[in-house]
Design a protein around this ligand. Structure first.
Ligand code: NAI
Ligand code: NAD
Ligand code: ISE
Length: 336
């Protein structure tokens, strides 16, 4: 069976996911496209999915009889209504992060899915599918002993002026928020945010870099540097310190060169390249589950937990270094 997918939002990542479904992955094809900017959807159709039908609105695409499953890759603030509409239609839906821009919005999706009675939602937390993070989790479980500390960094080369201080959390830290819950099999109890002086390449509406300190239920302390104008490259770092030793996320493969009396190797500059393999695996996983009318991988509950934590981190950004408590209600049985 070929799963027929409709894509809502054909910007950077909607285009890239359409490319992988059409050219890389097995078992699915893109049959419908929609974007508020119709020219963007037309361009993706022309370049990648000539047989896809264009829809004026995401709601029409979700309701279309030829669409078996939905990809939501539009701007974060639009995700909630599309995911709710897909769940109401009983169609599996892959939603890019964030699941919703508020915890209440994510909670509404959890409630709708629980009422539906089976999983339909997968959230685009692709780091869980990254071979480096999978190896790191294995090292933590098998070798380092119980984790005590995590030191991490999330660096982007540059961001546009539209990227403002809270986006460092919703847009960027959200990947660490999810992947450390998964890596440590733990939940958060508090968040703090500290700022050094602003980097010269930042702008008036962005505090950059920032350091977020998360504390978990098991007592692990996690420090994450977010630096989105670091200039030199796209760089994701993580080291876990355990009772018996430490484990570090591997660097992406790069040729080690000796040139002009220097040792050097390339650093990536684009998230699309850094996580290219994990986007492929997460979407192949989505296709396999959606073909059976269900969903797997990072769940609406994970999206909700990330949204609760993001909200607390944004509050901590405004709380001059004070800790903000993080509390989750009981996890519904659907997500056990
Ligand atoms: P983008 O701005 O390049 O593309 C978004 C597209 O959505 C635009 O074409 C826009 O016209 C369209 N759009 C906006 N509102 C819409 C609506 N209501 N209905 C239909 N289309 C709508 O943004 P980008 O970078 O592709 O990000 C999209 C989503 O993907 C975001 O949620 C972002 O957080 C997520 N993302 C995830 C990444 C990851 O590593 N997992 C990486 C980059 C983005
Ligand atoms: P983008 O701005 O390039 O694309 C967004 C697209 O959504 C645009 O084409 C826009 O016209 C369209 N759009 C906006 N509102 C819409 C609506 N209501 N209905 C339909 N389309 C609408 O952004 P992007 O970088 O592709 O990011 C899109 C999403 O992907 C965001 O949620 C972002 O957080 C996420 N993202 C995830 C990763 C990741 O690593 N997982 C990386 C980048 C982006
Ligand atoms: C972007 O939306 C992503 O999801 C990338 O993975 C992240 O590194 C970047 O900071 C975000 O803006």
């Amino acid at each position: 069976m070929t799963l027929k997918i409709g894509v809502i939002g054909t910007g950077m990542i909607g285009r890239d996911h359409t490319r992988r479904i059409q050219q890389v992955l097995a078992g699915a094809e893109v049959v419908a496209l929609s974007d508020v900017n119709l020219a963007s959807a037309e361009s993706v159709r022309a370049d990648l999915a000539p047989n896809a039908k264009l829809y004026q609105t995401g709601e029409e695409l979700i309701a279309a009889p030829e669409v078996d499953a939905v990809l939501v890759t539009s701007w974060g603030a639009t995700h909630e209504p599309y995911v709710l509409a897909a769940v109401a239609a009983g169609k599996p839906v892959f939603c890019e992060k964030p699941l919703a821009t508020t915890a209440e919005g994510a909670r509404r999706i959890v409630e709708a899915e629980v009422a539906h009675g089976k999983r339909l939602v997968q959230v685009g937390f692709m780091r869980r599918y990254d071979a480096g993070y999978v190896a790191l989790k294995d090292a933590v479980q098998q070798h380092t002993g119980a984790p005590i500390l995590v030191h991490a960094a999330h660096r982007n080369p540059a961001v546009p002026e539209a990227y403002v201080t809270p986006m460092a959390i919703h847009d960027t830290l959200i990947h660490e928020i999810d992947v450390f819950r998964w890596l440590l099999d733990d939940d958060y109890v508090s968040a703090r945010v500290l700022y050094p002086r602003n980097a010269a390449r930042s702008h008036g509406k962005l505090r950059d870099p920032q350091v977020v300190v998360l504390e978990t239920k098991k007592g692990v302390l996690i420090d994450v540097e977010i630096f989105v104008n670091c200039h030199y490259g796209y760089d994701i770092q993580c080291e876990v310190v355990g009772e018996d030793g430490t484990a570090r996320l591997p660097e992406p493969m790069a040729i080690d060169m000796r040139l002009g009396a220097k040792r050097q190797s390339r650093i990536l500059t684009d998230w699309k390249d850094r996580f290219v393999a994990s986007y492929d695996v997460e979407l192949q996983d989505f296709i396999a589950a959606a073909a059976k009318g269900s969903a797997t991988g990072p769940s609406a509950w994970d999206g909700y937990a990330a949204a609760v934590t993001s909200d607390a981190c944004v509050q901590a950004q405004e709380s001059a270094g004070q800790a903000v408590a993080i509390e989750l209600p009981a996890r519904p049985a659907l997500y056990e």
